[in-house]
Write a protein that binds this ligand. Structure first.
Ligand SMILES: Nc1ncnc2c1ncn2[C@@H]1O[C@H](COP(=O)(O)OP(=O)(O)OP(=O)(O)O)[C@@H](O)[C@H]1O
Length: 295
């Protein structure tokens, strides 16, 4: 048995899937792999942040988030630039980061990855000093993140319902964007800051994104005829989106300004912005467990 202390944080509501059985499953499949193991469920929003800080104080070597990108965010934000290893058992609605890293969506295989995977150092980011790991953004996806956070029902189908309801009233916003000192003035439906290539559910916007290149792909989505949406959806699912309506610029320091206040999101979790967003990459700052073939 390895002398590794492992701490599991389960979000009971993520992805709209039941997780009552997980505690006994994790104990059964992993108790021989670690010298000490603790499994806890979150009771409320941001509880995972408190639990992570507790686990760090108790010298756990490995902390695993069981949930989606929001849960990953709450756990991993305390692990940036530490030696603590981070694992994911995907149980979200979108699972963007897990899908990008080829972490299995099947629970048994994801548990096996916690045992047998290898450690990758990945880039993380901050938006107005708050951490994100998969994707941040302003505009339409931030509004969807806000509306999704207000719904009781989670899961992919509810996400799609909100997107379809909102897309037809969507209007572009004027943004000033400064990427590594270069200024762009754009009217856009949204601007996504991609660390991985995808939002979740294999909806890829930045097909060449890497989480180890020290750069974000700034994806400026310009106003497009909405009739093209199904076509773009198919291209995104195939990771082949290329269109004159999408401009991608890579950079490590990004400033976004707009008239008045607006919403942004960090891994799908909305935040209200008074004035501007400042985004920075923190290269290779998180030790994440991924399948061997991913490194
Ligand atoms: N016990 C709880 N009750 C209510 N909300 C919770 C609880 N525990 C955690 N949360 C909140 O659940 C939210 C959603 O979690 P998460 O993002 O992991 O799932 P998801 O949105 O279904 O998946 P994804 O982000 O992959 O689309 C987070 O904002 C988190 O703070």
């Amino acid at each position: 048995m390895k002398t590794i202390k492992a701490y599991f944080i389960i979000n009971p509501i993520s992805g709209g899937k039941a997780k009552d059985h997980l505690k006994s499953l994790l104990n059964k499949e992993l108790s021989q792999s670690f010298s000490e193991m603790e499994i806890v469920y979150t009771d409320y929003i941001k509880h995972a942040e408190e639990l992570t800080r507790h686990a760090i104080a108790q010298n756990f070597d490995l902390i695993v988030a069981v949930g989606g990108d929001g849960t990953i965010n709450e756990v991993a934000k305390n692990l940036v630039n530490t030696q603590v290893k981070f694992g994911i058992i995907p149980y979200g609605s979108g699972n963007g980061l897990a899908r990008f890293l080829n972490i299995p969506l099947n629970t048994h295989k994801a548990i096996k990855n916690i045992k047998e995977g290898v450690c990758l150092k990945m880039d993380t980011g901050t938006l107005n000093a708050k951490s994100f790991f998969n994707m941040a953004g302003v505009g339409f996806d931030a509004k969807i993140g806000y509306l999704f956070s207000k719904t009781i029902k989670r899961g992919f189908s509810n996400y799609v319902k909100i997107v379809l309801r909102e897309i037809y009233s969507l209007k572009p916003t004027s943004f000033k964007v400064i990427i590594d000192g270069q200024e762009y003035n754009e009217r856009a439906f949204m601007i996504s800051i991609a660390n991985s290539s995808q939002y979740g559910n294999d909806m890829n916007i930045a097909k060449e994104a890497s989480v180890t290149d020290g750069l974000f792909d700034v994806c400026i989505i310009k106003p497009f005829p909405k009739i093209l949406l199904p076509y773009f959806g198919v291209l995104m699912a195939m990771n082949k989106l290329k269109t004159k309506y999408l401009k991608i610029i890579c950079g490590e320091k990004i400033l976004i300004q707009s008239e008045g206040s607006f919403f942004a999101h960090l891994d799908g979790e909305p935040i209200f912005i008074e004035k501007e967003v400042n985004i920075e990459v923190l290269p290779l700052s998180l030790n994440i467990i991924v399948p061997k073939q991913r490194v």
